[in-house]
Design a binder for this molecule. Structure first.
Ligand code: ADP
Length: 396
């Protein structure tokens, strides 16, 4: 009798003991065997349940299983958080109408609970957070009968942002490439169609075609450069003498500066600084920032470059007394193709990619870049590069 009481109390380790013979003995043996089987089956189910729960918790999406009426059968912690359910109550057994506090998610699920097919919904939940909600019906064995739903909620904010950026970039690139191509086609057409064009006009058209072709080349070079920097493949790491790199750049820059009668002054606190970098990055950074200073400064202007060491970092400041940048544009000038004045940038041979490339490169070297500027007064770009022992070890 005690054994049957134990079994009713879920104590499956209880056994019928004692020496019994005949039918009673056979019954006791079978009874004990039955207890063992039940015990084993329960342990197996408990293990599987624990496994299932662990899997549910380790999934990086919110997962929710409900029956056709909306009763929650299973839910992982992430889903509880995403649907803004009360974390102190047991969700299993509750109806989603009571548990899901996020109206948009609840509405999406309720709206699609009658469907026999999978549904995917993308929702802007709040503060630009985007969730992808996938609702899959669960069928009873091989029949058409739906017995519940599995709801999979994924935070795709980052992915959506990248996708938008990619689309925007492709649209921008197409637009930027189209403008010079249209212009080249137009002038070639005119040259072909017009007889007796005087030599001067012909030469003027050819110069425009040449300039547009140069612009296309520059644009393609910059796009390729940007894509190389973004490429995660290993790049050559090397140690360079900062002042030597600067002198090289200075030579190139001086040539352009002279054409506008701009004085380029420099003052290096320490000329013996070696830096670890990805091959060519520091040269490109200096070239972009200093050539911008010249591009956006009027004739007879001044550009000064200062180098100093502070808190174990090398600072390079490039200051000009040029056109300056309006306050509302300062935040955006490092974006791809962002230009304060498109026509002006174009007329000085800009592609709108220089600062985006520069920022990427500075970041890749664990550095920082910022700008201080006043409209009509001038701009100061401040580049900060650490002595990158750590970077060198990581990158090599
Ligand atoms: P761009 O090829 O047009 O020069 P950049 O990415 O190098 O493209 O610069 C983006 C924009 O930032 C420029 O179009 C210009 O409006 C502004 N800018 C950059 N450097 C300066 C500067 N030194 N002075 C004023 N404006 C600048």
């Amino acid at each position: 009798m005690k054994v049957s009481r134990d079994i009713s109390n879920k104590q499956f380790d209880s056994k019928v003991r004692g020496q019994m013979s005949g039918e009673i003995g056979e019954f006791a043996k079978n009874f004990n065997y039955m207890i063992d089987t039940i015990n084993f089956t329960i342990r197996d189910i408990t293990d599987k349940n624990t496994q299932l729960k662990s899997i549910m918790q380790s999934v990086s999406h919110g997962i929710l299983a409900i029956d056709t009426r909306g009763k929650i059968l299973l839910i992982n912690d992430l889903a509880k958080k995403m649907v803004e359910g009360d974390s102190y109550v047991t969700a299993e057994g509750k109806n989603i109408r009571q548990f899901i506090k996020n109206e948009l998610i609840l509405e999406s699920v309720l709206h699609n609970m009658c469907s026999e097919h999978s549904t995917i919904i993308q929702k802007n939940i709040k503060n630009d957070i985007i969730y992808k909600i996938k609702i899959d019906p669960v069928h009873f064995e091989d029949t058409d009968a739906v017995i519940g739903f599995i709801i999979n909620i994924e935070n795709i904010t980052e992915y959506a942002k990248l996708e938008n950026m990619r689309k925007e970039f492709v649209a921008n690139v197409s637009h930027e490439l189209k403008t010079p191509i249209t212009s080249i086609q137009g002038f070639i057409e005119t040259l072909k169609m017009t007889d007796n064009l005087d030599e001067d006009t012909k030469n003027r058209f050819l110069t425009i075609i040449e300039n547009e072709a140069t612009r296309l080349t520059r644009l393609i070079d910059d796009i390729l450069l940007l894509s190389t920097i973004e490429n995660k493949t290993k790049k050559k790491v090397e140690k360079v003498d900062l002042f030597e790199v600067f002198e090289e750049v200075h030579e190139v820059i001086n040539y352009i500066a002279k054409k506008k009668n701009i004085k380029v002054k420099y003052d290096f606190e320490n000329k013996d600084i070696d830096l670890w970098e990805y091959s060519g990055y520091i040269r490109q950074i200096l070239l972009n920032i200093i050539s911008n200073a010249i591009k956006y400064t009027g004739e007879n202007g001044k550009v000064s470059i200062k180098q100093y060491i502070k808190s174990e970092k090398v600072f390079i400041e490039v200051k000009d007394n040029g056109i300056g940048i309006p306050e509302e544009d300062i935040e955006r000038i490092f974006e791809r193709f962002y230009r304060v004045d498109k026509a002006r940038s174009r007329s000085v041979g800009g592609t709108g990619l220089g600062l985006a490339i520069t920022k990427h490169m500075v970041k890749a070297l664990n550095g920082n870049i910022r700008v201080e500027s006043e409209l009509g007064v001038g701009s100061k770009f401040i580049i900060e590069l650490p002595f990158n022992q750590e970077f060198a070890q990581k990158a090599s």
